[in-house]
Write a protein that binds this ligand. Structure first.
Ligand code: GLN
Length: 497
């Protein structure tokens, strides 16, 4: 292992897989490197809720064994991975960031982890997140907030903030999160890593603790777009255990990745870029990235998604409605925490939910229950579903003219802890540019496009047609190669010094 280039855990999975194959590094060294970094930084970041050290080391040893015997090793074997703690892992505690699931040890694994485990991926640990994936800052974790490795006073974004921070800080080489309204793309933007949400149904939701089932997507965090393509290839593909899984087999998303973008038609959502509340540095950085895409041979023109202005409002009816139904199962009987108090089952049930759920989760359950109640159903939920259809049509219309649409991922760089926690509406607005692609189920990626003068990363969002992850990845790859950005949180330089 070469000391000159720093820790192994700071490299991309692609580079590490090559080192493993050539036997210049061992999987055991990779896992050591990740745990060394965790020991150095995680007391400050709180990216992890659980470390899976013994298992991880055993798997790494098995990978080394295979490599020693010349057995073919897939692209994910031996690479340190982190999983958001809403993804069920058999025999490994899974809390959804909630007190109500604090004692829960799933008897089965989610499909993405089952596939990765079968390929000898090394699970470093389970990452901290907003409770039941509800939030944009990770301050809603029932355990502790996560901090952004770029500036410990700021949030990493949410709800998959632990996974984003872990990848940004080299505690894992890549990670999975979930994106219901932006929870992978927004924290990826705020932490300076790549966040990719594929088409709805591309990655199985089997074994994912549900928040809002029609919006929930499993999504990836990686250091670069090539790794995003590799990780997606390892977990995507039809799963009969998820009724909404796309009926398409696995494929290799790295194929054609470096094909360039000449001739692609890119639409810029001008209305979003010029919206009040978009930080000028974000606007500048995104415009500069658009200029690069044009120089690389794409045609660039203004585009619009007229009904996307209502997407946030529709989302905050649909997501709470679905969550109020999904979270009804936490009653103190079936899973997890049970209040010891209560004279009868109804009281036990009420106390369990009162004590077990945090404020934001309760707020959503109440909102959702209200909007689904008789007499209000049509006015709220029904209306929101109509808006959702209009947003879907907007995308269809835009994709008649354009191959891709681009925008900032988040209106601002990372904000300070506490800055928005007292104001749910301000917090909800940080997903204004990501939510529309959840309503439509279309693929979208966030790629780092620069640093703002505050020293914090800016994310560039590329949105594609339904099922066309390949073009989204190709443009992301072209942009990252042209930018040649090496993003390294200052925290890590302080360690090296
Ligand atoms: N921030 C949004 C919310 O709180 C999105 C969450 C998510 O994508 N899981 O609902």
């Amino acid at each position: 292992m070469s000391e000159a280039t720093g820790e192994l855990c700071d490299r991309s999975a692609f580079e590490l897989a090559a080192l493993l194959r050539s036997r210049e590094a061992s999987a055991s060294e990779l896992v050591d490197s990740a745990y060394r970094r965790i020991a150095e930084v995680d007391d400050r970041l709180s990216a992890f809720l659980l470390l899976n050290e013994e298992d991880a080391r055993n798997t790494a040893a098995r990978v080394d064994d295979d490599l020693g015997r010349g057995v073919y090793s897939p692209a994910v074997a031996g690479i340190p991975l982190a999983l958001k703690d809403v993804l069920c892992t058999k025999g490994i505690r899974t809390t959804a960031g909630s007190k109500i699931l604090e004692p829960y040890i799933p008897p089965y694994s989610c499909t993405p982890w089952e596939r990765l485990a079968a390929s000898r991926s090394v699970l470093v640990g389970k990452t901290n997140c907003d409770e039941f994936a509800m939030g944009s800052s990770n301050e809603n974790s029932a355990f502790r907030p996560v901090r952004n490795p770029w500036n410990l006073e700021t949030v990493p974004g949410g709800s998959s903030g632990g996974s984003a921070a872990a990848v940004a800080a080299g505690e894992a080489v890549w990670a999975l999160g979930t994106d219901t309204g932006g929870s992978v793309r927004q924290p990826a933007a705020l932490c300076g890593v790549v966040g990719m949400k594929p088409t709805y149904g591309r990655i199985s939701r089997y074994g994912l603790i549900a928040f809002a089932s029609s919006l929930d997507h499993v999504a990836t965090f990686t250091r670069d777009v090539r790794d995003a393509a590799t990780l997606l290839s390892a977990i995507a593909g039809h799963d009969p255990r998820d009724a909404t899984s796309l009926p398409e087999g696995p494929r290799d998303y790295t194929e054609g990745l470096e094909g360039g973008i000449r001739g692609l038609r890119i639409g810029v959502i001008e209305g979003w870029l010029e919206m009040d509340g978009v930080q000028p540095a974000v606007r500048d950085s995104v415009r500069a990235a658009i200029d690069r895409l044009e120089r690389l041979g794409a045609s660039v023109e203004p585009a619009e998604l007229p009904h996307a202005d209502y997407a946030l409002s529709a989302y905050y009816l649909i997501a709470p409605a679905e969550c109020s139904s999904n979270l009804a199962r936490y009653d103190g009987v079936r899973y997890g925490y049970r209040s010891e108090d209560g004279e009868d089952v109804v009281q036990m049930n009420m106390r369990t939910r009162g004590e077990g759920f945090g404020d934001e989760v309760k707020r959503r359950i109440m909102l959702g229950t209200y909007s689904l109640s008789a007499g209000y159903y049509e006015a709220y939920y029904g209306q929101a579903q109509k808006v959702r259809t209009l947003v879907i049509r907007d995308y269809e219309r835009a994709f008649e003219r354009f191959d891709l649409l681009v925008s900032p991922t988040s209106p601002t760089t990372a904000f300070r802890l506490g800055e928005k926690s007292g104001d749910p509406l301000a917090m909800y607005l940080s997903d204004i540019f990501t939510i529309p692609s959840n309503l439509s189920g279309t693929p979208a990626i966030s790629v780092p496009c620069g640093l703002a003068p505050d020293g914090l990363p800016v994310g560039f969002q590329i949105m594609g047609r339904l099922r066309d992850e390949a073009t989204v990845l190709r443009v992301g790859r072209a942009l990252e190669q042209d930018l040649g950005l090496i993003l390294r949180p200052p925290l890590l330089d302080a360690l090296a010094a």
